[in-house]
Design a protein around this ligand. Sequence first.
Ligand code: AMP
Length: 281
Amino acid sequence: MQLITSPSEIQSICEKLRTSGNRIGFVPTLGALHEGHLSLIRQARSENDIVVISIFVNPIQFDRKKDFDSYPIGLESDLKLAESAGVDLAFVPSAEQMYSQGHSTFVKVEGTLTQVLCGAKRPGHFRGVTTIVCKLFNLVRPHRAYFGQKDAQQLRVIQQMVNDLNFDIEIVPMPTIREPDGLALSSRNKNLSLEEHQAALVISKSLNFASDLIKSGERKPSKLKEKIVEFISKEPLAKIDYVSIVNANTLEEAAEISGEVLIALAVFIGNTRLIDNLQIK
Ligand code: AMP
């Protein structure tokens, strides 16, 4: 595995690989790699000739300084994990390299997709995400890029950007990987104390509870939401940021549970904000 820090170098290496006929799979990450990331890398490994990952804690997608400052970093172990999962090229630029002085171009998906859920709670977040992903796509020019369903809204926003800006890239959605206890893997889990980890289980449990309610016939989003809120509120360490039930494609509030519906949650456990979701077909 080759470690590359320079944007122009990754661009020229990827260009050479592409023109000599290699298919490139790309996994963009913020680092602090876990099994969720590794599942994306392994899928990319199985479907492409070359696997590229990026590890970059993108400052412009953080709306809270505290969140940025406390974001876990572990480059040495990340590189070992990436190599063992089959990565060929790890692109790890600095913020100065990605945003040179005077940087003033941003990519923004407008409308509902970025205005609801995390878009409403984290101003500028998706603008930061689409700007960096667009830049990374221009550097790597992958044939396929892998994104987790765990960040369902991010996935929808990226799909929209790829479609709107005519990127010739296949976006591959990947299922959420969880701890055996149900907690969705997230780099931010590293910031949870043991007690907070236990408390955070209320998030996935509330989604299982919602799934059971739907199976037993509940079809009213408002009722379902009320019951999820009530369920989570029983955990003293949990503070709900949002609970939303939306159409999985448009992210508009669902009037009823039919078609493809996304139940999306953001919950603070202490200072750590965690998200999770359940997609229902
Ligand atoms: P991040 O480093 O958190 O930006 O995540 C990088 C990629 O890994 C994104 O496409 C995420 O959706 C995906 N990802 C993060 N956590 C998980 C998980 N638990 N299961 C599957 N994919 C994940």
